[in-house]
Design a protein around this ligand. Sequence first.
Ligand code: RB5
Length: 153
Amino acid sequence: MSEDKTPYESPVIIGCDHAAYPLKETIKAFLQGKGVEVIDAGCHGLNSVNYPDFAKEVAGSISNGTYKKGILLCGTGLGMSMAANRFKGVRAALVSDGFSARMSRMHNDSNILVLGARVIGESLALDLVQTWMETPFEGGRHLDRIQMFESFE
Ligand code: RB5
């Protein structure tokens, strides 16, 4: 019998600040376990760092087309999502529930998943990553709507 495995898009670039370093390591291992190549943009420890540096690294690489999907993590997810969404073509979705994770893909074609490590637990975080990775974009009228705001300056 063949294994029923959803093929996960690969590679995925991931970045975090000190507040989310342990969660980043957990998510990285989870994705690698699914056969995903994970590009680790840091940070690499618990020493205090500035989240915009990592948002820039990840969102910049999505914006310039180097990678198609990214994950950003900080304490609340707020700073990372604010910073990431300054980049053209980036649709960073800060989510903490499964419905929003799924809809961010189906209706918004989110290309960066943002999670707050001080907001949600590890099990929920992995569940959200899984949902987000497995849910396709619906296109159609949702693409028209994305195109409407992609031209905003
Ligand atoms: C770091 O203390 C914290 O401010 C950061 O992780 C994030 O929550 C910012 O939005």
